[in-house]
Design a binder for this molecule. Structure first.
Ligand SMILES: Cc1cc2nc3c(=O)[nH]c(=O)nc-3n(C[C@H](O)[C@H](O)[C@H](O)COP(=O)(O)OP(=O)(O)OC[C@H]3O[C@@H](n4cnc5c(N)ncnc54)[C@H](O)[C@@H]3O)c2cc1C
Length: 460
């Protein structure tokens, strides 16, 4: 295996065996650049004199996913397919239940490599696949700077406690994987036994990702985003622009919703279309190490993002009210009998029909583009607590709306961000109605700090 060993872990005890190819199941790191799992698969294939086969499984009806997410994912995969071909690796887009289809694709594999996820469902699938395979399944963690288990063996209390553990390790995990060409061509792989319809979906993908979307059964009620196009090139373009124009003043302007002084990379990170380590390295190359803009950006990209991975990895209740610390659950429950001035139905919230102009603007930004500004996400989540009788229901609504409409939804960052609104990774504050000891945010605060009218005007 290549790269730092802490990125690599065996998921079963089956030995690797003589086979016709090395299989990489690309699920989380959907990119052909700076991808440690892909580089491990190509290196293993080259060592054995075998071709490298990469498969991704399109699951129709993946919980919470809709056309907006699939379209972005497929745009990224179309580019990945082209780059894999340039690197002499074969790509097959499987259709159906991933454990079934990937297990079938592994029938002649010498070894199977997977990337890592920190969420319940993908982890269950990897475990099931590990139990099914009679060859080795190896996981390579490439969507974090520091592997989650190496950073900490337990759920961390706050950003401060994780930061202390991450900082001495970042340097050790800062090398990007070396990129190799697959030496052995894919013509030795009998693709007909792996995917009978091959290359139907792959051809559609190469022609136009929308054609794949039309051919599969997904929820089309939420349209694709016109503001964000998926893929590594698009992510890199946004990264270049961010580094040139905004990184140096990120610490000053990042919170201002009227300016939108952020990288807009979260959806690309969510779908694994760009490596967080690559982003960090590019930012580090642009500014001196103690530059406040760089420090502030790396705090979000590494500490906050990897705190979210730590949270979903170690807290099995990450997407419900149960995940919160006891003090936060208790105080919110005690104050659930406090009078609420307004209550809204899910439909009213979904359609941005509240009396709060700023909240509606944030909701509309999310509905239209697939991405709400980060500062507004905090305000948006906090207001939901005031508009539900029970805090448990407010949490549920937040998860539902976030996962449905955000392109970067269904991500550890989303669950950690929502939980933060309810007190997670935060401390207690002076007690007040409805919120109890949980920090509150008000429209007055938005008005004092930003030109929030300009933001509201833009999205109304
Ligand atoms: C209620 C709520 C819901 C959220 N839902 C999501 C979600 O579904 N998906 C998601 O990726 N993020 C979510 N966040 C975290 C954060 O708001 C977004 O990551 C950020 O706004 C993405 O925009 P950007 O890429 O332009 O960020 P930038 O400011 O440019 O930051 C760069 C990267 O750092 C990471 N980052 C930034 N802020 C945070 C943060 N507070 N916590 C963890 N990582 C961070 C992200 O990966 C981001 O792409 C949520 C936050 C809250 C409060």
């Amino acid at each position: 295996m290549t790269n730092n060993d802490a990125r690599v872990g065996r998921l079963n005890q089956a030995p690797d065996r003589a086979g016709s190819y090395v299989l990489y199941w690309m699920q989380a790191s959907m990119r052909a650049r700076h991808n440690p799992a892909l580089e491990s698969a190509i290196a293993c294939a080259n060592e054995r004199g075998l071709p490298c086969l990469v498969v991704s499984a399109l699951t129709e009806g993946f919980p919470g996913a809709n056309a907006r997410h699939y379209r972005f994912l497929l745009e990224g995969l179309a580019e990945t397919q082209t780059t894999l071909a340039e690197r002499n690796a074969e790509f097959i887009l499987l259709q159906g239940e991933p454990v079934e289809t990937v297990a079938a694709a592994a029938s002649e594999a010498a070894l199977v490599i997977a990337d890592a996820s920190y969420l319940r469902e993908p982890r269950r699938r990897r475990k099931e696949l590990a139990d099914r395979l009679s060859t080795a399944l190896v996981q390579v963690e490439g969507d974090v700077v520091v592997p989650v288990g190496a950073a900490s063996s337990k759920e961390e209390y706050s950003a401060a406690t994780l930061r202390r553990k991450l900082q001495p390790l970042i340097e050790k995990f800062s090398s990007l994987p070396e990129e190799q060409h697959a030496e052995c061509g894919p013509d030795r792989i009998d693709t007909s036994s792996i995917a009978p319809a091959y290359p139907h979906l792959e051809q559609l993908l190469a022609e136009d990702p929308q054609r794949v979307l039309d051919a599969i059964s997904v929820d089309h009620s939420i349209p694709a985003s016109r503001a964000y196009r998926g893929g590594f090139s698009e992510a890199e373009h946004r990264l270049n622009e961010f580094i040139d124009q905004r990184l140096a003043e990120y610490n000053i302007n990042r919170n201002d919703p009227a300016l939108s002084w952020v990288s807009n990379l979260s959806a690309y990170l969510h779908f694994g279309q760009i490596s967080p380590l690559y982003i960090a390295r590019r930012a580090q190359a642009a500014l001196p190490p103690d530059h406040p803009g760089l420090e502030s950006f790396l705090e979000e990209l590494i500490v906050r993002r990897e705190l979210a991975m730590n949270f979903t990895h170690y807290n099995p209740h990450y997407d419900s009210f149960e995940c919160l610390p006891n003090w936060a659950k208790e105080t919110l429950r005690v104050h659930s009998t406090d009078a609420r001035l307004e209550l809204y139905s899910l439909r009213q919230l979904e359609h941005a029909e509240t009396s709060d102009r700023y909240w509606n603007a944030a909701q509309l930004e999310m509905l239209r583009t697939g991405k709400m500004h980060g500062y507004m996400r905090m305000y948006w989540g906090k207001r939901l607590i005031e508009w539900h009788r029970r805090p448990e229901a407010a949490f549920e609504t937040a998860v539902h709306l976030n996962d449905t409409y955000e392109l970067d939804g269904r991500d550890p960052n989303g669950y950690a961000g929502i939980a933060w609104c309810f007190g997670k990774h935060d401390r207690g504050w002076p007690e007040r109605p409805i919120f109890g000891k949980v920090r509150s945010m008000t429209a007055g605060g938005l008005k004092r700090k930003f030109d929030i009218e300009a933001y509201a005007e833009r999205w109304s």
